[in-house]
Structures are given as C-alpha cells and as structure tokens.
Design a protein around this ligand. Structure first.
Ligand SMILES: Nc1ncnc2c1ncn2[C@@H]1O[C@H](COP(=O)(O)OP(=O)(O)OP(=O)(O)O)[C@@H](O)[C@H]1O
Length: 450
C-alpha cells in the first residue's frame, strides 16, 4: 500500500532509460515523472513533494564540479532534505556512489539495473521511511561475524552488500590481517552462489608448475607424479566462487595463463585436449598497494582490469578508531569461553593502551594479543600490563631511527622475523619476498637461531 501512494521523479539524460523506468514503475506507483534535463530539478521539486528521486550520476558535463551527480544530489538534499534519493551509476563509478551515500543518498543501483532489484530498493526505502530503521553495525557472513562500526568499515559494508549479489569480479585490497579473507567469504555468502562451492587458493605460495596443476587440474600420466586424474580448483569452484589470495605475488607467466582462462571461460587440464567450460565468480586479494600493482613490469594491466571490476579496500586497524573496543570485547568473550574462564571486564587503561598501539599486524595482531592476555591473566579484570605486544610486530611498527638498532645483523634478523610472520612461517614465500634463495634463508635461520 505504501507503494501505491508514492510519487517518484526519475532524472536521466538518456531518454531510453527514462522510457524503460516509466514503463516499469508507472503501474506500481501513484505518480512517476521523468526529467531529461537536470537543470529543471529545482523547479520540479519545488512543484511536487516527491517521495523518491532516482538520479543518474553521469550527465554530460553541464556543471564543472568534478561530478554532476554529486552536485545535483547536494542541491536536492538542501532543497528537500526529506526526499530520498537513489543514485544510478556504472560499476566503474562505485566509489563515487559511496561518496553519494555519505552525502545523503539513500541507496544506489548499478546500471544496467535488474527490474526486481529496482522495485525492491524503492520499496525498502519507502518502508524504512515509515519505520525509520537503524543502520547496520556489523555484517554476518555464514561463517564469521565481521565486526566494525567505524565510518570506514561502514563504507566497506555498504560496498560489500551492493557488490555481493552481482557477479562482478572483486579485488580485495588491504594490509596483512585486516580481514580480506572474511570479506571474500562474505561476498560469497551474500551472493546468489552461496549454496555453491567457495574455493580458496593461496596462489602466491604456488610455484610455477604447481600453479598450473593446482588451478587447472591434470590427467593421469601428464607428468611423473600424476598417478590419477585430478580436478583443478577452477573446476572445483564451478558454479560458485573462486578466491585467489595473494594474487599480487604471481609471476608474469602465471598472469598470462590466468588471463587466458578468464577470457575464454574454460580450462584445459594438463595432459588433456579437452577444454572444460567454467562458470565462476572471481574474487582476488592482495596486500600489495595499488601503486605497485599498477607497475606494468610486475603486473599485467589487462589482468588487473579483468579481476578488478570492483575493488574493496579494507582499512588498517589503526584507522578504525572505535572498532578496537568492539573487536576487543568480541575476541575477549570468544577466548574466555574457549579457555573456560569467567567473563572479563576491562580496566580503564586497557582500551587506551590498545588504542595507542598502531597494530602493524592489524586485526590478527589484536586477536593474538588478546588471546595471550586472556590466557595469562588471573582474575577477571584485564589491565594494561596484561597487554604484551610481540617484538616482531613492534620491530615493524617503530618508525623512529633512535629506537631501532642499526646493527646490520639486528636489521637482517628483524627483517627475516617480520617476513616469516607475515607469511605465516612459509619459508619459500618468505625467501622469495626477501629476495634470497630458500637455502640462504635456512642458513640465516640457523645463524640467528630462529
Ligand atoms: N572485522 C573483523 N571482525 C572479526 N574478526 C576479524 C575482522 N577482521 C579480521 N578478523 C580476524 O582476524 C584474522 C585475520 O583476518 P584475515 O585472515 O581475513 O585477514 P587477511 O587480510 O586475509 O590477512 P592476510 O593478508 O595475512 O591473508 C582472522 O582470524 C579473522 O577472523
């Protein structure tokens, strides 16, 4: 019934879009008005109190403000703050749409839109105008709850919810331990493929030959150790989601192989002549910063474009302010239960000490620090002294030269420890990252008794 009484204004300079939306919405709502010229917005909304305005973000540059959609959004918000605005944008402009949400838009839809989705979005806004529902504070993936209520994490959740149901390839960026795995999993769990497989491969840890056999599979006899047919991970993920972690660490040769499969949408197992069609949604993750990824000597541009229809950057913990408290409560409760301890409370200095630390190892580091505190503490109040930050993380977090030893051996030892920790003890990956051979790394581990 809410629908029937609603009035809607659609603004787009493409007449085909206006016609399509008029035909779709007219039978459902009281009034649907279309407007081709954004300059008429002011007079349009002066005349009528619309419940919802559907606003295109990409007009042909009549106003020179960086983006005209944002310009008109701000005008509408000023003139009629009670009117809800839905933005329409292309995949490539998703960051712009997020900015639009920050500036007061109610939601956004990506072109080409799905009719059911358009109607659902309008209905949800109309319903929530009635009930004035509150904002989401965390996002549930089937497996784990992703905690976060800071503004930066809210942006991540909004983007995630928008992108998850589409089949868009997503590149998840962020430092180690920020939660990229969780985001990848949540994308799958909130997609239409949720009942199909979610297959994760740490491609950064695969050698060139393992890369092919692991991803594409092989036939019995394809190479010496191929004693039976084996399905590759692409095939195992068919119908579902393939998550390639540490994508920034693969060599140029592997990039070409990957690109070919993604372009042709089929894989040919080693030792076979038969190509197998594949239908996967691809999610990739890397801790390498976008600037390095853009270096064509290291990463192919055509592959980046293919894997990165949308990117989601998970912010480092030190930029998430209030989340530290929420995450700490969550982990402490979790570990108290795990180690059969009574519930803990926090002494006043406990959270402030956590907030002062810059967490180079991000949420993973916070998790370890709190687990250790829960295990070691007697009593039921956690105090600042219960927090012991690992020397490995400390060595990377300290930026002041005076506080660091400049002894070459110490520097080398710290670098090795940091890289090993980062790669979760994987010697091959760590050696590669340090730019030395595995044997050379083993020699140093012995030398420093690590
Ligand atoms: N927002 C969050 N809420 C709850 N737990 C989290 C959150 N973010 C991360 N974690 C936890 O922190 C740990 C590290 O997260 P995850 O493995 O997803 O990070 P990552 O960015 O993929 O790390 P890496 O780059 O090293 O692979 C995991 O145990 C995860 O469950």
């Amino acid at each position: 019934m809410v629908l029937k009484n609603a009035t809607i204004l659609v603004i787009d300079d493409d007449v085909d879009v206006l016609t399509a939306l008029r035909l779709l919405l007219k039978p459902l709502f009281k009034e649907v008005v279309t407007e081709k010229n954004p300059s008429n917005i002011t007079s349009q909304i002066e005349r009528t109190n619309y419940d919802i305005i559907i606003l295109d973000m990409n007009f042909n540059g009549l106003v020179n403000t960086g983006n005209e959609g944002i310009f008109w959004l701000n005008k509408i918000r000023k003139q009629k703050p009670e009117t809800s605005v839905i933005l329409m944008t292309a995949y490539a402009d998703i960051d712009l749409a997020i900015r639009g949400l920050k500036e007061g838009a109610s939601d956004f839809l990506m072109k080409p839109w799905k009719n059911e989705k358009m109607i659902e979005t309008i209905s949800t806004i109309l319903e929530s105008k009635k009930s004035n529902t509150s904002k989401t504070k965390s996002l549930n993936s089937n497996s784990v709850e992703i905690i976060g209520e800071s503004e930066v994490m809210n942006d991540v959740f909004v983007k995630l919810k928008k992108v998850a149901p589409t089949d868009a390839n997503v590149l998840v960026l962020g430092e180690n331990g920020t939660g990229k795995d969780l985001i990848a999993r949540a994308l799958h769990d909130n997609s239409n493929r949720r009942d199909k497989p979610f297959v994760k491969v740490d491609v950064g840890a695969l050698t060139a030959s393992l890369f092919e056999s692991e991803l594409f599979g092989y036939k019995k006899g394809a190479f010496t150790d191929a004693r039976e047919d084996r399905k590759g991970r692409f095939e195992a993920a068919n119908g579902g989601t393939l998550f390639l972690d540490e994508i920034g660490n693969i060599g140029l040769g592997q990039q070409v192989r990957l690109l070919t499969v993604l372009q042709n949408r089929q894989v040919t197992p080693l030792g076979s002549n038969e190509a197998i069609p594949i239908d996967i949604r691809l999610i990739c993750a890397t801790n390498i910063d976008p600037k390095t990824l853009a270096d064509e000597k290291k990463f192919r541009k055509d592959l980046i474009y293919r894997i990165n229809t949308v990117d989601i950057t998970v912010p480092p913990l030190r930029e998430r302010g209030t989340d530290i408290t929420e995450l700490s409560r969550h982990f402490v409760a979790l570990y108290a239960e795990k180690y059969n301890k009574n519930p803990f409370t926090f002494d006043s200095g406990f959270i402030s000490k956590l907030k002062k630390h810059d967490f180079p190892g991000n949420v993973r580091e916070l998790q370890y620090v709190l687990e250790r505190a829960v295990i070691m503490t007697d009593g039921s109040v956690l105090k600042p002294d219960d927090l012991v930050f690992s020397s490995i993380e400390r060595s990377t977090s300290s930026t002041s030269l005076e506080t660091k030893s400049l002894n070459l051996d110490d520097i080398e030892k710290n670098a090795i420890l940091t890289v090993l920790e980062k790669n979760k003890g994987n010697v091959s990956k760590s050696a590669k990252e340090l730019g030395i051979t595995r044997a050379a790394l083993y020699r140093r581990l012995e030398k420093y008794e690590l």
